[in-house]
Design a protein around this ligand. Structure first.
Ligand code: GRF
Length: 226
């Protein structure tokens, strides 16, 4: 059975698009049953319409408090018969009601190598800090912001002269590769959380993807012999 997912967005939805593209090319084993935005008129909603995916606007401004908004999200997701929730640039903190409704079935992507630079403006934080490697993280969502068990990360070198936009663009290109991969693993029920470590179980008789990411990325600044 294909996993039914709901994708929550607040803006451009390029990560949503990466999921749609992998779905349409037949490699992603999940069905996007609904796209919910807390902001009306965003490009993420347009993308859903263009690809025939039902969408909803649930503005947090229409609810008296976080809890009421969370419960509205749960209703919207349940109406669409969603089994897992994919946060893709959703600029609201999700609370205990939503997490309890979809236990171990809420994923987020963050544009930094967590636990470094949680919260807003992660790309700018990385540039300001002067990191050599930046990147992105897909993780299970728990009660704390950008904190839950890590599923996959990808790293990219920071270059001299990078600003948040130039570095962010290279990070985003990696986001578009690792998020569909993580959702695919979730859909195949291959992810197990042990304490806070995520174990990836092998697929049945699936060959390794020759175009997949290398198992580790090392900064090219390393000199010969190291
Ligand atoms: C991405 O950088 C994601 O990591 C962060 O918000 C941004 C969303 O971009 N959580 P998009 O809306 O998917 O283009």
């Amino acid at each position: 059975m294909t996993l039914s997912v709901g994708v929550l967005v607040s803006g451009g939805g390029s990560n949503l698009q990466s999921l749609i593209d992998r779905k349409e090319s037949g490699v992603l084993d999940a069905r996007i049953s609904t796209v919910i935005s807390n902001v009306p008129g965003v490009k993420g909603l347009e993308r859903a319409v263009k690809h025939g995916i039902p969408s909803q606007v649930l503005s947090h401004r229409d609810y008296p408090n976080r809890r009421a908004y969370d419960q509205a999200l749960v209703r919207g997701l349940r109406q669409a018969e969603v089994e897992a929730v994919i946060l893709a640039g959703f600029m609201r903190v999700v609370g205990p009601d939503l997490l309890a409704a979809f236990p171990r079935r809420v994923l987020n992507i963050h544009p930094a190598l967590l636990p470094a630079f949680p919260g807003l403006h992660a790309q700018e934080q990385a540039v300001t800090h002067g990191v050599r490697l930046a990147g992105c993280t897909v993780h299970f969502v728990d009660e704390q912001v950008d904190h839950g068990p890590i599923i996959i990360q990808a790293a990219v070198p920071a270059q001299a002269g990078d600003d948040a936009d130039s570095l962010g663009a290279r990070i985003l290109a990696l986001e578009h590769r690792i998020y569909p991969q993580a959702v695919h693993w979730l859909a195949q029920d291959r992810l197990e959380i042990r304490n806070r470590q995520v174990v990836l179980h092998p697929a049945d008789a699936l060959p390794a993807d020759p175009a997949g990411l290398p198992s580790c990325l090392i900064h090219p600044m390393l000199e010969h012999g190291f």
